[in-house]
Design a protein around this ligand. Structure first.
Ligand SMILES: Cc1cc2nc3c(=O)[nH]c(=O)nc-3n(C[C@H](O)[C@H](O)[C@H](O)COP(=O)(O)OP(=O)(O)OC[C@H]3O[C@@H](n4cnc5c(N)ncnc54)[C@H](O)[C@@H]3O)c2cc1C
Length: 379
């Protein structure tokens, strides 16, 4: 049976139909990031541009920026329909799902000018949050901004920055140099930085176990950040940072359902009776986590401030993806097909990273315990 019939869709019929018609007339690129990352980004950006120009993505972007003037839930419908129609993950997805909602809410006029470029892929942003001493404990960050006349000088190191070497810009956080903070979260500024400052910014790719270098280290050495490119201010810096993380855990995770749908399709193609029951459980769980995500996306649309609930989406999705990848690997071995086995091995290794990116499973579980279930801190 086709996977489309197994995944229960509800709502967004008009968008789904539009996506299907578009994809039938314009074939999506086929390159996978594991095969050729450069080509995946190049072809993916062309595809992203087409999708934006034809009103498929950019659903929640106001019309004045070339979008459709709808809500986040419509973007989710579009992304899901694209996944079912075999569209690849969009290279500019970090800017679209994390930065764009933040700029719409907190950005000034200059910063909002990035919005159409983020969607059409002409400006790709990476997320410069994590540092060697600040991953789970993000507010332990050491990068700092020193105030000059109409700009700041940025110094410090970021790490695990996905797609950095393909990006012209980064959004990130740093502490204001010299600020006497009483609490860890004080003195944080959320900035946009142009990465094309070769004398002051060095991007060093990190080779992963899969052989691909999807992420990099970034070294900032007196890099320039314009004051106009500070989103919010010293009072709101930490709040905007947390909000970005919450949106990442809901909306970026939802965009990653593309990967689950692709994986479930692959499992469906080689399923054998021995694993059928397990596969049905995976499908049922996937439907549940999709419905939870729908609810949280609609909550954001209605102006509800998300907090610990966002960790449910990220935790359940990444653990489900890892479980699916394990089953794909077991099934792949049974096929004795070298290409399928290699693909399954790559997918399994990739799935391990997903339980770390955007906050580890341990941290997500703790967040749910404290912020959703109100369990005591010592638990
Ligand atoms: C594929 C991938 C892509 C990424 N992309 C980006 C990106 O684009 N931009 C970006 O900024 N970052 C990115 N990251 C970084 C990611 O956000 C961090 O790796 C993650 O937050 C964990 O931080 P850490 O690696 O420093 O590990 P640590 O925080 O050092 O954690 C190490 C281990 O200790 C556990 N641990 C830590 N604190 C606690 C605690 N209090 N209680 C219990 N256990 C704890 C963790 O769960 C983990 O198992 C990416 C990571 C991966 C794997």
């Amino acid at each position: 049976m086709s996977i489309t019939n197994l995944i229960q869709l509800s709502g967004g019929e008009e968008i789904r139909e539009k996506v299907l018609n578009f994809v039938n007339q314009n074939k999506p690129p086929k390159v996978s990031p594991e095969e050729n990352l450069d080509e995946f980004v190049r072809e993916g950006l062309n595809w992203q541009r087409k999708l934006f120009k034809n009103g498929i993505i950019g659903q929640f972007l106001p019309k004045e920026f070339g979008g459709q003037g709808n809500r986040l839930i419509h973007e989710a419908f579009a992304l899901e329909a694209l996944a079912l129609a075999d569209s690849p993950q969009l290279p500019g997805i970090f800017g679209i799902t994390m930065l764009a909602p933040i700029l719409l809410k907190y950005g000034n006029e200059i910063q909002r000018k990035f919005l159409p470029h983020i969607f059409e892929g002409s400006t790709m942003f990476c997320q410069c949050f994590s540092e060697p001493e600040a991953g789970s404990d993000l507010f332990n960050l050491k990068s700092n901004l020193t105030e000059q006349n109409d700009f700041y000088l940025l110094n410090g190191q970021k790490i695990w920055t996905s797609f950095a070497r393909y990006c012209g810009w980064g959004f990130g956080i740093a502490k204001l140099a010299g600020y006497k903070a009483e609490k860890k979260q004080e003195g944080i500024l959320f900035f946009l930085v142009e990465l094309n400052q070769s004398k002051n910014i060095q991007i060093k790719p990190i080779k992963q176990i899969s052989g691909v270098s999807e992420f990099s280290e970034i070294f900032f050495n007196d890099a320039k950040v314009l004051k106009d490119h500070i989103v919010g201010n010293l009072e709101t810096g930490w709040k905007i940072t947390l909000e970005t993380l919450f949106i990442e855990r809901v909306l970026l995770t939802f965009a990653r359902h593309i990967q689950t749908i692709k994986l479930l399709k692959k499992i469906n193609e080689i399923i054998i009776d021995e694993y059928r029951r397990e596969f049905e459980k995976l499908l049922a769980e996937f439907n549940l986590l999709r419905l939870t995500a729908y609810k949280h996306i609609q909550d954001i649309d209605q102006g509800k401030e998300l907090s610990g609930e966002s960790s449910i989406d990220k935790y359940v999705w990444s653990e489900h993806f890892k479980k699916s990848a394990k089953i794909y690997r077991l099934l792949a071995i049974k096929t004795k097909d070298k290409t399928i086995i290699e693909d399954a091995n790559r997918t399994f290794l990739y799935s391990l990273g997903r339980t770390i990116a955007a906050g580890t499973s341990e941290i997500q579980k703790m967040t749910v315990a404290h912020r959703v279930l109100n369990l005591p801190r010592s638990f």
